[in-house]
Design a protein. Structure first.
Length: 132
């Protein structure tokens, strides 16, 4: 499953990035971006309106929730069972990263995936850091 591969790449990149949550999350989100744009089918599912495709919409929601939980484990590893509001905030952050990716792909003068990953990390840390 391409989403399993995407999530595995994200988590593997975060694991080898060191001990600092910001560096781990930057590596993970950069891998998320790089793998998403490398596979046109994944990119379409992540960035398209899937209202008429309930199976694909469910797969996307599942991936977004897995990524959100991964972000929370990175930002606040001591929180084994996040409160629903914290998980919802993390899912909100994942949606924001996807919107950033869409804008990034439309920009002819775009920065690198690593630079966008760092920006997305900063935003996620601002969003989730005070809540965790």
């Amino acid at each position: 499953d391409v989403f399993t591969e995407l999530f595995a790449a994200m988590t593997a990149a975060g694991r080898v990035a060191g001990d600092q949550p910001h560096v781990q999350l930057t590596a993970g989100l950069t891998a998320y971006l790089e793998h998403s744009i490398a596979d046109p089918a994944v990119l379409r599912i992540l960035t398209s309106d899937l209202a008429g495709f309930p199976g694909l919409a469910a797969k996307r929601r599942s991936l977004q929730n897995r990524v959100a939980r991964g972000i929370l484990l990175t930002v606040a590893p001591e929180v084994a069972q996040p409160e629903p509001a914290l998980l919802e905030a993390a899912v909100f952050g994942v949606g924001g990263v996807t919107l950033l990716m869409e804008d990034w792909l439309a920009d002819e003068n775009r920065c690198s995936a690593a630079e966008l990953g760092a920006r997305a990390t900063d935003m996620c840390m601002r969003l989730l850091g005070p809540l965790a």
